[in-house]
Design a protein. Structure first.
Ligand code: SAM
Ligand code: ZN
Length: 331
């Protein structure tokens, strides 16, 4: 963590945007990075640990995301374009956010629910300063995968329900593939805009309610049990399903009118030709574990997400299935 982060941090327990003071700073290196220390609220006195260069604002009872911490540490490189030799994350990022690459240069951007840093790395590559937040240990994976970007990346372990920021600080906020995995997606949708400044942009990507749930009936039957299993069992089940069914989804994927059948097969098949067959296998295993391990999967209607953004007084609100975005008014 860089001490400059203190300019935008506030105690998440206090409503008064109380300042945080850096009390101890052991292991601050020649780049000014603080590896270990404590942040103390000047108002309520609450202490927050800095460990491995990451300020930690979580309590044990908030972490319903052990599965995500596990998966993003285990498979932290496969979805990072720069580390795995593809452009899939870049294509998806600009499609999902609809942001202009040139607009991003030098902007302060919040990645809300960063996982292993797949999209953090894209935003950094576009020249942005990024603050990446995740509730789970995935934040340590993101810290590793994006370290090459130096002091343009700051990682924070915190919940989107209790973010440690002052209001109106970010030029842009994106939240990709996260809200459906929280206990209260609508609270996240309505809560994030206050952290963006006038003219700032917000983009959400989420699982859309509707056809997919019916197509993926076998997945949802299994999900009646899997979120309650220990992580090791869910991993073994995912490995078994992928080992048994990957050949079948690979066979169907290239055939245009037939490939829809893959949705009935209970693995999250990824057969993008930009990936090698080994990469397709690992990505399929990762996404299958993601399907079965997530404690919450609350699909959204994009019209409702757009309505919530309008209620939060955003302008220029647009939505299509799975995506919604808007802009904070200038006055
Ligand atoms: C499916 S992953 C997506 C990660 C990343 N955005 C991506 O697309 O690769 C969902 C992430 O949301 C995080 N998450 C879930 N609830 C959260 C919360 N309340 N606050 C912060 N992060 C949360 C999980 O830990 C997990 O890393
Ligand atoms: Zn406080």
């Amino acid at each position: 963590m860089q001490s400059s982060l203190l300019e935008i941090l506030a105690c998440p327990k206090c409503t008064s945007e109380a300042r945080l003071a850096l009390h101890t700073s052991v292991g601050s290196d020649e780049t000014g990075d603080i590896n270990d220390g404590t942040l103390v609220c000047t108002d309520c006195g609450q202490e927050y640990t800095i460990r491995n260069g990451i300020p930690r604002f979580i309590s044990q009872d908030q972490d319903y995301c052990g599965n995500f911490g596990f998966q993003w540490q285990k498979w932290k490189e496969i979805q990072i374009d720069r580390l795995s030799g593809h452009h899939l994350s870049e294509t998806r990022f600009f499609n999902d956010t609809q942001w202009d690459r040139d607009w991003m240069k030098d902007r302060l951007i919040l990645d809300a629910g960063c996982g292993a840093g797949r999209f953090t790395d894209i935003a950094l590559s576009a020249g942005a300063q990024v603050v990446a937040v995740d509730l789970s240990d995935a934040i340590d994976a993101c810290h590793d995968t994006t370290a090459i970007h130096g002091n343009r990346i700051q990682c924070i372990q915190a919940s989107l329900f209790e973010l440690p920021f002052k209001k109106s600080v970010f030029d842009g906020i994106y939240c990709i593939g996260v809200i459906q995995h929280t206990p209260d997606p609508e609270a996240v949708i309505s809560g994030l805009p206050k952290f963006a400044r006038a003219g700032g942009k917000i983009s959400y990507n989420f699982y859309e309610e509707g056809l997919w749930r019916r197509l993926q009936a076998p997945k949802y039957l299994l999900r009646l049990i899997t979120p309650h299993l220990p992580i090791g069992l869910t991993l073994n089940l995912s490995k078994f399903l992928v080992a048994t069914l990957f050949w079948l989804t690979s066979l169907l994927a290239p055939i245009r009118k037939v490939r829809i059948l893959n949705h009935f097969i209970p693995i999250c098949a990824v057969h993008d030709p930009a990936l090698t067959r080994d990469q397709q296998y690992i990505w399929t295993l990762l996404d299958t574990f993601d399907w079965y391990g997530a404690r919450f999967e609350k699909r959204q209607h994009h019209e409702r997400v757009a309505e919530l953004l309008k209620l939060a007084e955003l302008e220029d609100v647009r939505s299509v299935p799975g995506l919604a975005r808007g802009t904070i008014p200038r006055d």
